[in-house]
Design a protein around this ligand. Sequence first.
Ligand SMILES: [Fe+2]
Ligand SMILES: [Fe+2]
Length: 289
Amino acid sequence: MSATQPLNQEQPLKHVEEWDDYVAGRYQEGREQKEFRNFESAAEANPGIARFYRLNHTGQTVDFVLEKEKQYGALARGKHSLWEAADYLNTLVDDSDPDTDLSQIEHLLQTSEAIRKDGHPRWMVLAGFLHDLGKVLCLYGEPQWAVVGDTFPVGCAWSDQIVFHDYFAENPDAKVPEYQTLYGMYEPHCGLDKVHMSWGHDEYIYRVARNYLPEPAHYMLRYHSFYPAHRHGAYRHLMSPHDEEMFAWVEKFNPYDLYSKGSAKPNLKELRPYYEDLMAEFFPSEIDW
Ligand SMILES: [Fe+2]
Ligand SMILES: [Fe+2]
């Protein structure tokens, strides 16, 4: 970490799920998008969320992202099974908070069960179960703004389709002319694999799981919070034709992430054998984290 970028440890959200709930509200059927596009009123309506985005948009610099990719990309935090990671993630839940009576495992299972009910391939059901396991970054001591939040490329101009865009004015990269052009450090249509995304739970779980799942699952895991692209069509100038094709899967996945929360409480005991089989089909008993 360079001296110009103190790692801000402030935690403005009660819980990282508060960000997920905010996003789900943002894309509720029939809800006016304008409501969220007006910076002042959006900030006023959700001060904790606004503070969170301010930290996120200020802290996610090229240097920060490259450092996190190096720190976690080696997957040197030990070998664990997927269940261990899910159990570990459950320890994040604050039982005293009445707004978050759903455990992390329940959100994962609601997502994967909704995918399963619609008859999608088994690897997609499994991707649904895994998609938020990267939030264990919180338990590694990462601040909320480096775990959740809408993701976006760093090292090029920030799309005005990114929520709370105004806060980017405070990002140190705003003063790096090389990063402020449309393409920045990238080539036109270079493909997202060459693009460094703001650091968070998406990129981390993608790196943990990529050797075991087919490519459409990589896109679902890696870009599920990339709302500027999959919901607002931004950053097409960096995407390759192959990315465009694969994004159909990201779009297919998104409603399961956003809208499965209201569904029935999953019975972990009953479901466990199915998921044990599913995991064994794609993963060894332990993987590197
Ligand atoms: Fe997520
Ligand atoms: Fe999720």
